[in-house]
Design a protein around this ligand. Structure first.
Ligand SMILES: Nc1ncnc2c1ncn2[C@@H]1O[C@H](COP(=O)(O)OP(=O)(O)OP(=O)(O)O)[C@@H](O)[C@H]1O
Ligand SMILES: [Mg+2]
Length: 339
């Protein structure tokens, strides 16, 4: 309690005391003065009311102060409760909002820290595994373990392949880090997205033919203009095409639809392969996430492809999602705002 509050309360008690004394004096001295009596009674009631209000206010503020102190000490589950219709309730309401925001930021920080730790451990694992194997094959070559020249060449091939995979992984990690820190230069210009899709798919025709995968393209005849960084769009398309061919080839079909919606163009890339199990769907755009059932098929995969795709689409103010019914239809859809 502050000194001024104490003085104020003592003053009120004094006034109350004197008004009571004067009432007693009036009563015993037989002075009949109704005005004086009423005045004294009023002063006494007024002082009592003031004392009551003062104490109530002080206790209320002390309670608030205790709760604020608790929040300041780090207990962000604290919420201040007051029964007040005035400015105090607004203040308390805003203060509760600040605590809530702080709590959200704290929770967010914990999640970010947790995923950073997981990412670091995944990266270390993904780099260590091929590196250990490369070292193993080099040692084998040095110790002349290979039975013949053919086996020696095979070792060299494995070393070359694993080194390339490692370089690809490191390149993608760097690209992702640059994307995160906005260091990738984007050259936004007006393009026909249908045209970019046509250009991109051409590069995959030999592989589609080789794997006997039917291509079903559905693009509108009209121009489909967007304002994009062409290299990013090509990178997005290539990543999704590659995945569909790599993981969905059993379905023997690759579909591409370009749909015009009110504000954006929606691109659906689909296959009828083994798809993605429901439990994996929420994590498929996470960094370094590889579905267990595709793990052995994804030699040379880094699990960063879709995380990069998502980030690039977000940089174009678009969204990406996936729906999958194994062996029926697995569709990766993304939007790019119209010009
Ligand atoms: N069309 C698809 N059908 C089935 N599974 C898919 C499909 N596309 C992606 N996936 C699953 O999603 C995982 C993540 O894909 P992503 O492209 O991010 O990584 P990746 O292909 O493993 O590696 P890379 O970085 O080389 O692309 C894949 O490992 C695979 O399990
Ligand atoms: Mg991929």
């Amino acid at each position: 309690m502050k000194m001024t509050d104490k003085i104020f309360i003592i003053l009120n008690w004094t006034v109350l005391f004197f008004s009571c004394i004067s009432l007693i004096i009036l009563y015993y001295s037989n002075i009949i003065n109704p005005y004086l009596t009423i005045l004294n009674v009023l002063i006494a009631i007024f002082s009592l009311a003031k004392i009551y209000i003062n104490y109530k206010c002080i206790f209320k503020f002390e309670r608030i102060n205790e709760q604020v102190e608790r929040a300041a000490l780090g207990n962000l589950n604290t919420r201040i409760l007051v029964r007040d219709d005035g400015i105090l309730s607004k203040l308390v309401c805003n203060f509760n909002k600040v605590i809530e925001e702080l709590q959200k930021t704290q929770e967010n920080q914990i999640t970010v820290e947790e995923s950073r730790r997981k990412l670091m451990s995944n990266i270390s694992h993904d780099i260590r595994t091929p590196l250990t194997s490369i070292i193993g094959y080099i040692d084998a070559l040095r110790d002349d373990v290979a039975a013949n020249e053919e086996e020696r060449l095979e070792y060299f091939d494995i070393i070359s392949k694993k080194s390339k995979d490692l370089k690809k992984l490191i390149d993608e990690i760097f690209y992702m880090a640059k994307l995160d820190s906005d260091e990738i230069e984007m050259n936004f210009q007006i393009y026909d997205i249908g045209e970019i899709i046509r250009e991109s798919i051409i590069a995959f025709l030999p592989e589609l033919n080789k794997k006997e995968i039917e291509l079903r393209v559905n693009l509108p005849k009209k121009k489909t203009l967007v304002y994009v960084d062409k290299l990013s769009i090509i990178r997005i398309l290539n990543n999704i095409f590659k995945n569909s061919i790599q993981y969905g080839s059993e379905g023997k079909i690759l579909g591409i639809d370009l749909i015009s919606t009110q504000k954006s163009y929606q691109i659906n890339i689909w296959d009828r392969g083994q798809g993605i199990d429901e439990e994996h769907l929420p994590y498929i755009f996470d960094r370094l996430y590889i579905q267990d059932k595709t793990r052995n098929k994804s030699l040379g995969s880094s699990g960063l492809g879709l995380a990069i795709v998502k980030k690039l689409i977000e940089k174009h103010r678009g969204t990406i999602w996936v729906e999958s019914r194994p062996y029926k239809k697995t569709v990766f859809s993304f939007t790019i705002p119209k010009l």
